[in-house]
Design a protein around this ligand. Structure first.
Ligand code: CS2
Length: 494
């Protein structure tokens, strides 16, 4: 197998596509905070295609790792060894596979080791956009009020020593302060996370962080920085060692950090950039005045359906999203959830009829080669459920709609926190947003609904009882049996 770096690019097997541009002629106009697989499969792929067209040389990425953990440390070793190149393998639903090398990330900086280097890069006039994928839980929001939490230990540390930031918000505020002080035009801040109004949420976090330090800086940010909202979409599974070995074998390239995705991609962006922007419309992104309806449809249909299938799927002992969606019962649950519980409460974006979008989502979940594990979807439910499920739950409560499909999945979530499948196999729920104390609350029916994850759900005693009864029933009879009962009672899909 051929090692991957700038020198070997021209010797890679013909089946691996390589970009046509000269990386030496590019500039990193975008600093991206937190370089996860999704960022590398989505935004880096779009920009890679844009850089392949002449005239766009100033829009490459400089990636920044924010968190000091084993995965980030691996990147710190692997990226420089590969000149920040990596392979992306895309599996289309019809079985077609495409391998390509992505060259749009020119540099990679590891913030915990070099915070000043990162700030200098963000304050450099060449940086015109700061984008980020810091996960739904990364916005440091209070679930009940939506406000930015100033009292968390991390934020307190940052506010006490603003020139040594740790979080995305600490970095953005300090970099904007440096730019303002030096008379350099600000950058646009672009969130690429699955949040409703991700631009508005980002603005709130940045401005709140700044206001706690210096109200004049906060006002300057409000007046001079833009925070476009966006809808981002491409299913990007976690890549375990066995997956990396497989794609490396398939394409004949030895990549220490390969990325895998589906063929589909969508990026809808609001056109509000204060310091220029890449012409992403040339490579299929949709630039629109109002991204809101797209965001709502994506988060409440695709992301929510992921959660709807993943908790019962994992408890039933299934492994992948495909396994779950082709399970006749879980498939029916998801279909009815979208048709009956969500679509009636959404207004469709002009070019995205919702029943067709529902069918597309189901087809994408059924992709036989992507291999997206349920554990990736169930993980971080503590941050995802308030964003993906709570708005639809609350709509149903408000409109007197049928709650049992969603109540069933909330019951599954509570059982998932117990870390045991119906067959008795143990697993460790990955819940970075739930503290020990929060997890303790999940152990008793007297306290479970006081967990922060439920704060954004409108829950009365009847709802709590319904969820509890479903969970207890599942403990006795298994997930599939309770689901069968629920589907038998529910109305046929619209
Ligand atoms: C998933 C998303 O994390 C999740 O629960 O729903 O990562 C999803 O795969 C992406 O948003 C697809 O664009």
């Amino acid at each position: 197998m051929i090692a991957l770096n700038s020198e070997t690019l021209s010797t890679l097997p013909a089946s691996v596509e390589v970009f046509p541009y000269d990386r030496a002629s590019l500039k990193a106009g975008i600093v991206h905070l937190s370089v996860g697989n999704f960022h590398r499969a989505h935004q880096c792929w779009y920009i890679d295609r844009l850089l392949s067209q002449p005239g766009n040389e100033s829009w490459a990425f400089c990636g920044v790792g924010l968190i000091d953990d084993a995965t980030e440390r691996l990147k710190l070793e692997a990226f420089p060894a590969q000149d920040n190149l990596y392979t992306l393998t895309r599996y289309a639903p019809d079985g077609t596979t495409r391998h390509q090398v992505i060259g749009s990330m020119l540099d990679y900086l590891f913030a915990p080791a070099d915070p000043q280097g990162v700030l200098a890069r963000m304050a450099d006039p060449e940086t015109r956009i700061v984008s980020m994928t810091i996960t739904e839980g990364g916005y440091n929001q209070d679930h009940a009020t939506g406000s930015y939490r100033l009292e968390t230990p991390l934020t307190r540390r940052e506010l006490a020593a603003p020139t040594r930031p740790e979080s995305a918000f600490g970095y953005i505020v300090e970099a904007l302060r440096l730019r303002r002080e030096a008379g350099i035009a600000p950058f646009t801040v672009m969130s690429c996370d699955n949040l409703r109004d991700n631009g508005v949420v980002t603005q709130r976090s940045v401005v709140s962080h700044a206001r706690a330090l210096d109200p004049a800086l906060a006002t300057w940010i409000e007046e001079n920085v833009s925070f476009p909202s966006s809808m981002v979409d491409r299913i990007t599974p976690a890549v375990l060692k066995e997956d990396a070995d497989r794609v490396n074998m398939e394409c004949g390239v030895h990549d220490r950090l390969p990325v895998i995705s589906e063929g589909f991609a969508q990026w809808v962006i609001e056109d509000r950039f204060v310091n220029g922007r890449p012409a992403l419309e040339k490579v299929g992104a949709q630039i629109v005045p109002d991204v809101h309806p797209y965001e709502l449809a994506k988060v409440r249909m695709l992301n929510a359906s992921h959660s709807m299938l993943a908790y019962p799927g994992q408890l039933s002992g299934l492994e992948t999203v495909r396994d779950a969606i082709i399970d006749p019962q879980i498939g029916k649950l998801v279909e009815r959830f979208m048709s009956l519980d969500v679509i009636p409460h959404l207004s469709a974006p002009q070019d995205m009829p919702l029943p067709a979008y529902r069918d597309l989502v189901i087809a994408r979940f059924s992709n036989p080669n992507v291999g997206d594990r349920l554990a990736r979807i169930t993980g971080d439910g503590g941050s995802k459920l308030p964003v993906f499920l709570a708005p639809s739950w609350n709509k149903l409560v408000e409109s007197g709609g049928t709650l049992d499909r969603m109540a069933f999945v909330l019951a599954c979530f509570i059982r998932y926190l117990g870390g045991r499948t119906d067959q008795g196999a143990g697993f460790t729920p990955f819940e970075p947003a739930l503290s020990e104390a929060q997890r303790k609350l999940a152990e008793s029916w007297d306290t479970v609904f006081t967990m922060t994850v439920f704060e954004s759900f409108t829950l009365d005693d009847t709802h709590r009882r319904m969820i509890r009864e479903m969970a207890e029933s599942m403990e006795q009879r298994g997930t599939e049996a309770v689901l069968a009962e629920l589907l038998a009672a529910a109305p046929a899909s619209a």
